[in-house]
Design a protein around this ligand. Structure first.
Ligand code: HEC
Ligand code: HEC
Length: 259
Protein backbone atom coordinates (compact mmCIF):
# COMPACT_ATOMS: atom_id res chain seq x y z
CA UNK A 1 0.00 0.00 0.00
CA UNK A 2 1.23 3.48 -0.82
CA UNK A 3 0.92 5.88 2.09
CA UNK A 4 0.24 9.61 2.01
CA UNK A 5 3.79 10.04 3.21
CA UNK A 6 5.26 8.10 0.29
CA UNK A 7 3.20 10.20 -2.12
CA UNK A 8 4.32 13.39 -0.39
CA UNK A 9 7.97 12.30 -0.61
CA UNK A 10 7.64 11.35 -4.30
CA UNK A 11 6.02 14.72 -5.03
CA UNK A 12 8.68 16.58 -3.09
CA UNK A 13 11.52 14.93 -4.94
CA UNK A 14 9.82 15.16 -8.35
CA UNK A 15 9.12 18.87 -8.04
CA UNK A 16 12.52 19.71 -6.66
CA UNK A 17 15.25 20.16 -9.22
CA UNK A 18 17.91 17.81 -7.93
CA UNK A 19 20.41 20.04 -6.19
CA UNK A 20 23.95 18.85 -6.08
CA UNK A 21 24.13 16.50 -3.14
CA UNK A 22 26.44 18.12 -0.70
CA UNK A 23 27.10 19.20 2.80
CA UNK A 24 25.75 22.49 4.12
CA UNK A 25 28.33 25.31 4.24
CA UNK A 26 29.34 26.12 7.83
CA UNK A 27 27.75 29.57 7.91
CA UNK A 28 24.47 28.31 6.40
CA UNK A 29 23.72 25.86 9.22
CA UNK A 30 20.50 26.49 11.13
CA UNK A 31 18.91 24.87 14.12
CA UNK A 32 15.45 23.33 13.72
CA UNK A 33 14.35 26.20 15.96
CA UNK A 34 14.65 28.66 13.07
CA UNK A 35 12.16 26.65 10.98
CA UNK A 36 9.44 26.66 13.63
CA UNK A 37 6.40 28.86 13.99
CA UNK A 38 6.26 31.64 16.61
CA UNK A 39 4.14 29.60 19.07
CA UNK A 40 6.57 26.68 19.25
CA UNK A 41 9.53 29.06 19.52
CA UNK A 42 7.86 30.93 22.36
CA UNK A 43 7.23 27.64 24.16
CA UNK A 44 10.93 26.72 23.92
CA UNK A 45 12.13 30.17 24.95
CA UNK A 46 10.08 30.50 28.12
CA UNK A 47 11.24 28.06 30.80
CA UNK A 48 7.90 28.31 32.58
CA UNK A 49 6.01 27.10 29.49
CA UNK A 50 8.65 24.71 28.09
CA UNK A 51 7.36 21.23 29.03
CA UNK A 52 10.93 19.88 28.78
CA UNK A 53 11.83 21.85 31.91
CA UNK A 54 9.65 19.53 34.01
CA UNK A 55 11.96 16.68 33.01
CA UNK A 56 14.99 18.80 33.85
CA UNK A 57 13.54 19.39 37.33
CA UNK A 58 12.86 15.66 37.77
CA UNK A 59 16.43 15.00 36.63
CA UNK A 60 17.75 17.37 39.28
CA UNK A 61 15.88 15.41 41.96
CA UNK A 62 17.27 12.11 40.60
CA UNK A 63 20.77 13.64 40.61
CA UNK A 64 20.49 13.99 44.41
CA UNK A 65 18.92 10.57 45.02
CA UNK A 66 21.00 7.72 46.48
CA UNK A 67 20.77 4.62 44.30
CA UNK A 68 21.87 0.99 44.11
CA UNK A 69 23.78 -1.12 46.60
CA UNK A 70 26.52 1.53 46.53
CA UNK A 71 23.97 3.90 48.11
CA UNK A 72 25.52 6.82 46.26
CA UNK A 73 23.89 9.70 44.43
CA UNK A 74 25.28 11.26 41.25
CA UNK A 75 25.84 14.39 43.35
CA UNK A 76 28.01 12.47 45.87
CA UNK A 77 30.68 12.08 43.19
CA UNK A 78 29.98 14.88 40.75
CA UNK A 79 28.89 17.63 43.16
CA UNK A 80 27.08 20.61 41.72
CA UNK A 81 26.09 19.76 38.15
CA UNK A 82 26.12 23.45 37.19
CA UNK A 83 29.90 23.33 37.19
CA UNK A 84 30.78 19.61 36.90
CA UNK A 85 28.43 18.92 33.95
CA UNK A 86 28.87 22.22 32.14
CA UNK A 87 29.74 21.57 28.48
CA UNK A 88 29.79 17.78 28.95
CA UNK A 89 26.78 16.96 26.75
CA UNK A 90 28.24 19.13 23.97
CA UNK A 91 31.00 16.53 23.48
CA UNK A 92 28.83 13.41 23.49
CA UNK A 93 28.86 10.75 22.06
CA UNK A 94 32.37 10.47 23.49
CA UNK A 95 35.04 7.77 23.23
CA UNK A 96 35.02 5.25 26.05
CA UNK A 97 38.49 3.85 26.71
CA UNK A 98 37.33 0.58 28.25
CA UNK A 99 34.79 -0.20 25.52
CA UNK A 100 36.99 1.28 22.76
CA UNK A 101 33.97 2.86 21.07
CA UNK A 102 31.79 5.98 21.38
CA UNK A 103 29.00 6.01 23.96
CA UNK A 104 26.01 8.35 24.09
CA UNK A 105 25.24 10.47 27.14
CA UNK A 106 22.47 8.01 28.09
CA UNK A 107 24.90 5.11 27.84
CA UNK A 108 27.46 7.03 29.94
CA UNK A 109 24.85 7.62 32.65
CA UNK A 110 24.03 3.91 32.67
CA UNK A 111 27.77 3.11 32.86
CA UNK A 112 27.92 5.26 35.99
CA UNK A 113 24.95 3.39 37.40
CA UNK A 114 26.63 0.04 36.69
CA UNK A 115 30.22 0.89 37.63
CA UNK A 116 29.78 3.48 40.36
CA UNK A 117 26.32 2.94 41.89
CA UNK A 118 25.83 -0.81 41.53
CA UNK A 119 22.38 -0.09 40.11
CA UNK A 120 20.60 -1.68 37.12
CA UNK A 121 20.53 0.24 33.83
CA UNK A 122 17.59 2.56 33.15
CA UNK A 123 15.71 1.41 30.02
CA UNK A 124 16.06 3.49 26.83
CA UNK A 125 13.38 6.24 26.63
CA UNK A 126 12.26 5.62 30.22
CA UNK A 127 11.23 8.71 32.16
CA UNK A 128 14.25 8.56 34.47
CA UNK A 129 16.96 8.25 31.80
CA UNK A 130 15.37 11.09 29.82
CA UNK A 131 15.09 13.24 32.94
CA UNK A 132 18.72 12.62 33.96
CA UNK A 133 20.08 13.23 30.48
CA UNK A 134 17.91 16.35 30.08
CA UNK A 135 19.24 17.64 33.39
CA UNK A 136 22.86 16.92 32.44
CA UNK A 137 22.47 18.31 28.89
CA UNK A 138 20.67 21.41 30.17
CA UNK A 139 23.93 22.38 31.93
CA UNK A 140 25.36 22.78 28.39
CA UNK A 141 22.63 25.08 27.10
CA UNK A 142 24.41 27.70 24.99
CA UNK A 143 27.69 25.73 24.88
CA UNK A 144 29.24 25.11 21.45
CA UNK A 145 29.09 21.51 20.23
CA UNK A 146 32.51 19.85 20.10
CA UNK A 147 31.56 16.14 19.82
CA UNK A 148 33.78 14.26 17.40
CA UNK A 149 36.90 16.37 18.01
CA UNK A 150 38.66 13.48 19.76
CA UNK A 151 40.93 11.89 17.06
CA UNK A 152 40.08 8.39 18.38
CA UNK A 153 36.52 8.99 17.14
CA UNK A 154 37.51 9.59 13.52
CA UNK A 155 36.55 6.15 12.13
CA UNK A 156 33.20 6.31 13.92
CA UNK A 157 32.41 9.78 12.57
CA UNK A 158 33.24 8.42 9.10
CA UNK A 159 30.95 5.44 9.64
CA UNK A 160 28.13 7.80 10.65
CA UNK A 161 28.76 10.02 7.65
CA UNK A 162 28.59 7.01 5.37
CA UNK A 163 25.26 5.95 6.91
CA UNK A 164 23.91 9.49 6.49
CA UNK A 165 24.72 9.43 2.75
CA UNK A 166 23.46 5.89 2.10
CA UNK A 167 20.05 5.39 0.47
CA UNK A 168 17.78 3.00 2.33
CA UNK A 169 14.26 1.72 2.80
CA UNK A 170 11.44 1.15 0.34
CA UNK A 171 11.56 4.86 -0.57
CA UNK A 172 15.27 4.53 -1.31
CA UNK A 173 16.21 7.83 0.33
CA UNK A 174 19.26 8.85 2.33
CA UNK A 175 19.23 11.25 5.26
CA UNK A 176 21.22 13.67 3.07
CA UNK A 177 18.48 13.74 0.40
CA UNK A 178 16.14 15.46 2.82
CA UNK A 179 18.36 17.21 5.35
CA UNK A 180 21.18 18.51 3.10
CA UNK A 181 19.45 18.75 -0.30
CA UNK A 182 15.87 19.70 0.53
CA UNK A 183 15.78 21.60 3.80
CA UNK A 184 13.44 24.58 3.63
CA UNK A 185 11.02 22.53 1.49
CA UNK A 186 7.88 21.10 3.04
CA UNK A 187 6.85 17.50 3.44
CA UNK A 188 3.11 16.93 3.85
CA UNK A 189 2.76 20.40 5.31
CA UNK A 190 5.66 20.40 7.76
CA UNK A 191 9.01 22.05 7.10
CA UNK A 192 12.04 19.86 6.47
CA UNK A 193 14.91 21.17 8.55
CA UNK A 194 18.62 20.47 8.36
CA UNK A 195 18.28 17.73 10.97
CA UNK A 196 20.58 19.45 13.45
CA UNK A 197 20.84 17.59 16.80
CA UNK A 198 21.18 20.69 19.00
CA UNK A 199 18.19 20.29 21.31
CA UNK A 200 18.15 16.72 22.63
CA UNK A 201 16.59 15.24 24.56
CA UNK A 202 13.69 17.44 23.46
CA UNK A 203 9.96 17.77 23.88
CA UNK A 204 8.06 16.88 20.75
CA UNK A 205 4.44 17.97 20.56
CA UNK A 206 3.61 14.96 18.38
CA UNK A 207 5.04 12.61 21.04
CA UNK A 208 3.53 14.55 23.94
CA UNK A 209 6.71 13.78 25.83
CA UNK A 210 10.46 14.16 25.88
CA UNK A 211 12.43 11.91 23.53
CA UNK A 212 16.04 11.14 22.67
CA UNK A 213 17.87 11.84 19.43
CA UNK A 214 17.81 8.08 18.84
CA UNK A 215 14.03 8.08 18.97
CA UNK A 216 13.96 10.90 16.39
CA UNK A 217 16.38 9.08 14.06
CA UNK A 218 14.39 5.87 14.35
CA UNK A 219 11.23 7.67 13.27
CA UNK A 220 13.04 9.15 10.22
CA UNK A 221 14.13 5.61 9.29
CA UNK A 222 10.60 4.27 9.66
CA UNK A 223 9.47 7.24 7.55
CA UNK A 224 11.44 5.98 4.54
CA UNK A 225 10.24 2.44 5.29
CA UNK A 226 13.63 1.22 6.42
CA UNK A 227 14.29 -1.12 9.33
CA UNK A 228 15.26 1.23 12.19
CA UNK A 229 18.40 0.34 14.17
CA UNK A 230 17.83 -0.77 17.75
CA UNK A 231 18.36 1.73 20.56
CA UNK A 232 22.04 1.73 21.48
CA UNK A 233 23.09 -0.02 18.23
CA UNK A 234 26.60 1.00 17.09
CA UNK A 235 25.14 2.32 13.80
CA UNK A 236 22.71 4.61 15.62
CA UNK A 237 25.50 5.90 17.88
CA UNK A 238 27.71 6.53 14.82
CA UNK A 239 24.90 8.47 13.10
CA UNK A 240 24.37 10.50 16.26
CA UNK A 241 28.11 11.22 16.45
CA UNK A 242 28.22 12.30 12.79
CA UNK A 243 25.23 14.61 13.31
CA UNK A 244 26.93 16.22 16.32
CA UNK A 245 30.20 16.68 14.41
CA UNK A 246 28.19 18.14 11.50
CA UNK A 247 26.78 20.64 14.02
CA UNK A 248 30.26 21.51 15.33
CA UNK A 249 30.23 24.92 17.02
CA UNK A 250 26.44 25.29 17.07
CA UNK A 251 24.98 26.06 20.53
CA UNK A 252 23.15 23.38 22.55
CA UNK A 253 19.47 24.13 23.25
CA UNK A 254 18.37 21.34 25.59
CA UNK A 255 15.51 20.99 26.22
CA UNK A 256 14.25 22.16 22.80
CA UNK A 257 10.62 21.98 21.69
CA UNK A 258 9.69 20.67 18.24
CA UNK A 259 6.39 20.03 16.48
C1 HEC B 1 30.89 6.73 42.82
C2 HEC B 1 31.10 7.90 41.99
C3 HEC B 1 30.13 8.18 40.85
C4 HEC B 1 28.76 8.19 40.88
C5 HEC B 1 27.83 7.83 42.03
C6 HEC B 1 28.33 8.63 39.57
N1 HEC B 1 29.41 8.87 38.78
FE1 HEC B 1 29.38 9.68 36.91
N2 HEC B 1 31.40 9.43 36.78
C7 HEC B 1 32.21 8.95 37.78
C8 HEC B 1 33.56 8.79 37.25
C9 HEC B 1 34.78 8.27 38.01
C10 HEC B 1 33.51 9.21 35.90
C11 HEC B 1 34.65 9.20 34.86
C12 HEC B 1 34.43 8.05 33.90
C13 HEC B 1 34.52 6.72 34.60
O1 HEC B 1 35.58 6.40 35.15
O2 HEC B 1 33.50 6.01 34.63
C14 HEC B 1 32.13 9.63 35.65
C15 HEC B 1 31.68 10.15 34.45
C16 HEC B 1 30.41 10.68 34.23
C17 HEC B 1 30.01 11.43 33.08
C18 HEC B 1 30.88 11.79 31.90
C19 HEC B 1 31.67 13.02 32.20
C20 HEC B 1 32.57 13.43 31.06
O3 HEC B 1 33.26 14.44 31.26
O4 HEC B 1 32.58 12.80 30.00
C21 HEC B 1 28.68 11.76 33.24
C22 HEC B 1 27.80 12.52 32.28
C23 HEC B 1 28.28 11.19 34.51
N3 HEC B 1 29.35 10.57 35.10
C24 HEC B 1 27.00 11.28 35.02
C25 HEC B 1 26.59 10.62 36.18
C26 HEC B 1 25.20 10.55 36.61
C27 HEC B 1 24.02 11.16 35.89
C28 HEC B 1 25.21 9.82 37.78
C29 HEC B 1 24.01 9.40 38.60
C30 HEC B 1 23.02 8.61 37.88
C31 HEC B 1 26.59 9.48 38.07
N4 HEC B 1 27.39 9.97 37.07
C32 HEC B 1 27.01 8.78 39.19
C33 HEC B 1 31.85 8.68 39.07
C34 HEC B 1 30.53 8.59 39.53
C1 HEC C 1 11.94 11.96 3.51
C2 HEC C 1 12.71 12.98 4.14
C3 HEC C 1 13.56 12.59 5.37
C4 HEC C 1 14.57 11.62 5.42
C5 HEC C 1 15.05 10.70 4.31
C6 HEC C 1 15.11 11.70 6.76
N1 HEC C 1 14.46 12.67 7.48
FE1 HEC C 1 15.00 13.37 9.29
N2 HEC C 1 13.36 14.54 9.33
C7 HEC C 1 12.46 14.70 8.31
C8 HEC C 1 11.36 15.55 8.75
C9 HEC C 1 10.15 15.97 7.91
C10 HEC C 1 11.65 15.89 10.09
C11 HEC C 1 10.79 16.74 11.04
C12 HEC C 1 11.04 18.14 10.79
C13 HEC C 1 12.49 18.41 10.90
O1 HEC C 1 12.99 18.60 12.06
O2 HEC C 1 13.16 18.37 9.84
C14 HEC C 1 12.93 15.28 10.41
C15 HEC C 1 13.63 15.47 11.60
C16 HEC C 1 14.92 15.06 11.83
C17 HEC C 1 15.75 15.49 12.95
C18 HEC C 1 15.31 16.43 14.08
C19 HEC C 1 15.86 17.84 13.93
C20 HEC C 1 15.51 18.72 15.12
O3 HEC C 1 15.49 19.95 14.92
O4 HEC C 1 15.29 18.23 16.21
C21 HEC C 1 16.95 14.84 12.82
C22 HEC C 1 18.15 14.95 13.76
C23 HEC C 1 16.89 14.01 11.63
N3 HEC C 1 15.64 14.20 11.05
C24 HEC C 1 17.89 13.18 11.16
C25 HEC C 1 17.71 12.26 10.12
C26 HEC C 1 18.63 11.18 9.81
C27 HEC C 1 19.92 10.88 10.55
C28 HEC C 1 18.12 10.53 8.73
C29 HEC C 1 18.64 9.28 8.04
C30 HEC C 1 18.69 8.09 8.87
C31 HEC C 1 16.89 11.22 8.34
N4 HEC C 1 16.67 12.23 9.23
C32 HEC C 1 16.15 10.92 7.23
C33 HEC C 1 12.59 14.17 7.05
C34 HEC C 1 13.49 13.20 6.67
Amino acid sequence: MISWRAIAVATLLATTPALLAGEIPLDARRSGYSFMGPDTRAMQDDDTSNPGMLFVLDGEALWMKKEGSGDKACADCHGDAKSSMKGVAARYPAFDKALRRPVTLDQRINLCRANHQDAPPLPFESHDILALSAFVAHQSRGAAITAGDDPQLKPFVEQGRHLFMQREGQLNLACTNCHDDNFDKRLAGSPITQGQPTGYPLYRLEWQTLGSLERRLRSCMTGVRAQAYDYGAPELVALELYLMSRAHGMPMETPAVRP
